[in-house]
Write a new protein. Structure first.
Length: 293
């Protein structure tokens, strides 16, 4: 779009190699930095002012790890938001786009709409994403001019550093004869390809013009079972491997086993994805396999 972009990541999970292509663009600059270090963030950004918008995506993305140690999501999922806002206030940066999650909803029967409630998350990660949304809406009362809260479903695609496809491929690399799957395989969620997620976020940024814009982003067609993912990964990566389900309806404590997203709000603005949830998964499996070669 011709914007100047400063990318910041502490490389805890992010990888420099993923930025090789972006790095060749003269409008892009990358800095390894912990955004919880407000002073360092302010020092980095001050010479580049005026900055129009912060796209805040830094977080702990390993929900299971956050379940074992609540400090992880406090520091990486909530305080990153808190501290990014602090730096923004110091520098008078007026707009934020935030990567939120279906995890803020907790467990509900039926499809999740943007006004579904009560919001009772069942993971530390979901709790800290919900708190992040809250601190952003509070900042709108103080210094922020506009915010976009994008509630992602499960996102898949190339360059994954975590997630179900990444985990299955990792397990099969360690043991090509058997794939262990947490739960009974009936967990069922919508999966969106990362390319479509980026497209939807840019679309919202350009088209949703309220002071507070909050939207579910999801594929139009359905959801995908863990069984479908396991069978597809085995077919592509280790044909003949047996799949062993550990049993139980959820993968781990804090997992929401089934959900569906209503996307009418986003669709009413004019954005629809091209891939179904199953197609996004199949494409991501091939991309991740290619990335391993
Ligand atoms: N992938 C999904 O299915 C999904 C679903 C819902 C929401 N999200 C959200 O989308 C965003 C991106 O997630 P992702 O899946 O690309 O995961 P990711 O781990 O690849 O990206 C998060 C990045 O944040 C960086 N980071 C963490 N703490 C930091 C800190 N203190 N300072 C600077 N950088 C820091 C990590 O190194 C990593 O590169 C996250 O906010 C995540 O919570 C992802």
């Amino acid at each position: 779009l011709g914007h100047r972009v400063i990318g910041v990541d502490n490389l805890m999970l992010g990888r420099r190699t993923h930025l090789a292509e972006a790095g060749s663009n003269p409008c892009f600059h990358f800095q390894e930095l912990d955004v919880n270090d407000v002073e360092a963030t302010v020092s980095l950004l001050r010479p580049a002012m005026p900055i129009e918008t912060v796209w805040h995506l830094a977080a702990n993305s390993d929900i299971q790890a956050g379940g074992q140690d609540p400090d992880v999501d406090l520091r990486l999922t909530f305080l990153t938001t808190f501290n990014v806002l602090k730096a923004m206030q110091t520098l008078n940066i007026p707009q934020v786009v935030f990567a939120s999650s279906s995890a803020i909803y907790g467990e509900h029967d039926g499809v999740l709409r943007e006004d579904t409630g009560p919001l009772l998350p069942v993971s530390n990660y979901g709790a800290m994403k919900l708190a992040s949304e809250g601190i952003i809406t509070a900042a709108l009362q103080r210094f922020l001019r506009r915010a976009w809260i994008c509630r992602f479903p499960n996102v898949v695609g190339s360059r994954a550093t975590h997630g179900v496809i990444f985990d299955f491929l990792k397990k099969l690399r360690a043991n090509g004869a058997e794939l262990e799957v947490l739960g009974d395989g009936t967990q069922e969620k919508p999966y969106l390809h990362v390319s479509e997620l980026v497209d939807a976020m840019l679309f919202l940024f350009q088209r949703a013009a309220d002071r507070l814009n909050y939207y579910n982003i999801a594929p139009e067609v359905g959801a995908t079972t863990v069984r479908f993912i396991a069978e597809s990964v085995v077919r592509e990566a280790a044909p003949g491997a047996t799949i062993r389900y550990t049993g139980g309806s959820r993968g781990w404590a804090g997992d929401v086993p089934k959900f569906r997203y209503a996307t009418d709000k986003l669709k009413s603005l004019g954005w629809s994805p091209r891939l179904s949830s199953n197609e996004a998964v199949e494409r991501a499996i091939l991309e991740n396999l290619k990335g391993l070669k």
